[in-house]
Design a binder for this molecule. Sequence first.
Ligand code: URA
Length: 254
Amino acid sequence: MTLSRYLVALGYGTRKEAERIVRQRRVTSAAGAVLRDTDAYTHADVRVDGDPLPAPPGSVILLHKPIGYVCSLQDRPPMIYALLPETFPKRTPVMASIGRLDADTSGLLLITDDGALNHLLASPKSHVPKCYAMTVAEPLRGDEAERLATGTLMLKGETTPLRAAQFTPTGERSAEVVIHEGRYHHVRRMMAAIGHHVDTLQRMAVGPLRLGDLAVGAWRLLDAGEIETLRAAALAHKATAKTLAKGAATQQGV
Ligand code: URA
């Protein structure tokens, strides 16, 4: 692919704009040699106005989403893209969040241009565990873990029960919960179904990935090993879910 086409894919503008950037000798190697449109290049070696290219194709980004930022263009800004390089919203394929976090929820959000991985993790059939820390308005009663573990809890207006969730109290009004699916406002509605209002909610982990000590609003690229571990976890959970569904269908004589 020519350099200018590559820059278009990475969100540096239209074909014309990218060609102009190259013509203006603003694209160089790391060593400072001017690159022409037909020169050979590697992602890591290219500089535009002296800056390295962000995130090669197939990247996965781990963002510590702050409260107040939205994941969808349909919602009221600020959007998560305001926290990322300005080329990201213009990339093809697009850099999209894997699922969503509500505006009022902070924590671990993954963003990728790998459509297949996004689908694998975000599909309603994905059973990759997601861990959330929460505080609730009223003191915990002590029956929460048992009620969430039944796998029979119904949300208002839905026809299939929630999968069992693992609930661990961490204080008088705080807890961690691990869920294995992702429905709209999942944790808040699940807690409402057992009589709790969630005051604060933060996603701490998705599959093998943890938020760790990444500062609020900061992001980092996953390395190749982390991406493969994530993909393997998603595939393994999908396979287990399939086996369980097959077993249930056999038991019901379907
Ligand atoms: N559950 C919620 O209620 N909100 C989120 O953002 C994520 C999970």
